[in-house]
Design a protein around this ligand. Structure first.
Ligand SMILES: [Zn+2]
Length: 350
């Protein structure tokens, strides 16, 4: 599926890069470096309707990015090292990139990890224990599978979606996303999804049906010193929709569970969804109070010395399937797209 806005963004980024503007402006906009956000890394596309295609890049593209970063002298660092550099304001050091992957997809182990090992680069995986144990589900992926299968989909006492054609299915997916995000509370989402799955004879919320690493696999990858495991809440809820006590509980329990299962307490945190609608000032203050060294959002931006004062609302650069070309990745990491995406702001915070 091609978004008109994406075509404009791509044209602007190609122009910025090929005109030399992006590389020239890197000193002003690029700051100390970037935190890259990935989700899935796999050679094939398993998004039946194409609507979750943006969550995946190929291992070949990941390797291309790492080779490119190294060739231009950028250092790929761990999140500990990132935090150290921002807090100490180490000027004169080379620009850094920290690579992060959200949700703990099992392709991180099978397809991304070999690339990280080959190039000896550190990486961070933000894991949500509820996704591993079946108390939470990757509902946007289950919804896509559900809509791909269904002819008509309905919520008892709620809306009904016709899913006869591919066009209808895609429209239904976006409508269902809105319904789940806006009309349902975080605690209602899973029971409603289970009911919809039952209607279609589909599994829902069984750990083996999900594409995330199990504890054994997570332990295996976490044992490598290149890997940092960060916390991503227990249930992958939108934290802005929860009470302050629940927000703190989700953060603390996810860290407790990861420490218990992996033997090391996570010091870095990622907000589920991470947009301004899912994480703000209140959530950043709670993450700080819970003792995390850093917390990342999904807001678009590079990392600057100013972030020293607020390490709990760090923006990232999403490298995803919709922008799977080196020219886009390099332009975004140069920082020139940060003010474009943030109403002129060079430094993006909570
Ligand atoms: Zn997530």
């Amino acid at each position: 599926m091609v978004h008109a806005a994406d075509l404009v963004r791509k044209a602007v980024m190609r122009l910025a890069w090929h005109s030399g503007f992006a590389s020239g402006a890197r000193d002003r906009f690029g700051g100390l470096g970037s935190i890259v956000m990935l989700h899935r890394v796999r050679p094939d596309c398993i998004s039946p309707l194409g609507v979750n295609r943006s969550l995946a890049i190929t291992p070949a593209f990941l390797e291309q990015i790492i080779v490119s970063l190294k060739s231009e002298g950028t250092e790929v660092v761990s999140m500990d090292e990132m935090a150290e550099r921002v807090k100490s304001g180490l000027a004169g050091k080379r620009r850094f990139v920290a690579i992060t992957l959200d949700d703990g997809y099992n392709d991180n182990l099978t397809h991304a990890y070999p690339v990280f090992q080959k190039h000896n680069v550190p990486f961070t995986i933000y894991a949500a224990p509820g996704l591993i144990e079946g108390a939470a589900v990757l509902w946007w992926e289950i919804a896509e599978k559900l809509i791909a299968k269904a002819g008509i989909l309905s919520i008892p006492g709620g809306p009904e979606w016709r899913c006869g054609t591919l066009h209808q299915k895609r429209a239904a997916f976006h409508s269902l996303m809105r319904y789940f995000s806006i009309n349902l509370t975080e605690l209602e989402q899973l029971p409603v999804l289970r009911e919809m799955c039952a209607q279609q004879g589909m599994m829902c919320g069984v750990p083996s049906d999900q594409d995330v690493m199990n504890w054994k696999e997570l332990r295996q990858i976490a044992a490598d010193p290149l890997c940092t495991i960060g916390a991503h809440t227990v249930h992958h809820y939108n934290l802005k929709k929860l009470s302050p006590d629940m927000v703190a509980w989700e953060m603390r329990l996810s860290a407790d569970m990861l420490e218990d299962r992996l033997g090391k307490r996570p010091m870095h945190f990622a907000y589920p969804y991470g947009s301004a609608r899912a994480a703000g000032r209140r959530e950043a203050d709670i993450a700080a109070a819970e003792g995390f060294v850093s917390a990342v959002t999904t807001r678009h931006g590079t990392i600057h010395g100013e972030h020293r004062a607020n390490m709990w609302a760090l923006p990232r650069i999403s490298i995803n399937g919709r922008f799977q070309k080196l020219v886009y990745a390099r332009t975004m990491m140069s920082g020139v797209t940060t003010p474009i995406a943030n109403a002129g702001r060079r430094v993006v915070q909570a």
